[in-house]
Design a protein around this ligand. Sequence first.
Ligand code: AP5
Ligand code: ZN
Length: 217
Amino acid sequence: MRLILLGPPGAGKGTQAHRLIVKYGIVQLSTGDMLRAAVAAKTEIGLKAKSVMDAGSLVSDDIVNAIIAERVDQPDCANGFILDGYPRTLQQADSTEAMLRSKGLKLDHVIEMRVDDDVLVHRVSGRYTCANCGAVYHDTDRKPRTEGVCDDCGHSNFKRRPDDNADVMRTRLRAYYKETSPLVGYYHCKGILSFIDGMKSIDEVTADLQAILEGAP
Ligand code: AP5
Ligand code: ZN
């Protein structure tokens, strides 16, 4: 199964991808996570991307297209994957299509997650993640069952992102509506677009996603 989770920053793409990979035995390909790893490792790409990401703008298409094309060739992608945060421009969508076609593959689903802007800002401002396994938490809405201990892996090392503040979030939202939201029409025309109400609870959103992936009416 190959799918795209499409939605603005804070829509819950990473949260849901983390659940779906366990259920379906597929991998999560998050360009945001890959770029943050490159920044942390101070690679050439990381050095180029850091200031762009910190400002909330989009990294160049060439960089992210190359990262994804290389990643999709890894053996762990053979069962399928979730593209989380990619593609984000029409150029990236075209590149995805060409890349998959060249490998004889196709996308099964593109699912748009819809959430109101004020809720997105609230979610992102309170977000932190487990540095060990990537599980996503929130200061008020989704705390670990035991304070300071990750529910999923038991580690106690959490981190926050430098771009998760209200100012940078405004730029990220502008980039989403200008560059990424046209992908809704693009995939609608291809007949593979569904949408879900991302304002529902995390469990309800997971159930709605599973219903789409398992073809429930
Ligand atoms: P990226 O890392 O992709 O970030 P993003 O798209 O801004 O998305 P987020 O990770 O912020 O949100 P999410 O939808 O995953 O939400 P989450 O599940 O964490 O990109 C970062 C930067 O990298 C970009 O700005 C750009 O510079 C660069 N970049 C990346 N990809 C690129 C590309 N393809 N092209 C160019 N540049 C690129 O949830 C958020 C919070 O809400 C959490 O606290 C969670 O617990 C909570 N939450 C989730 N769901 C719910 C719910 N249903 N109810 C209540 N709370 C919820
Ligand atoms: Zn963890």
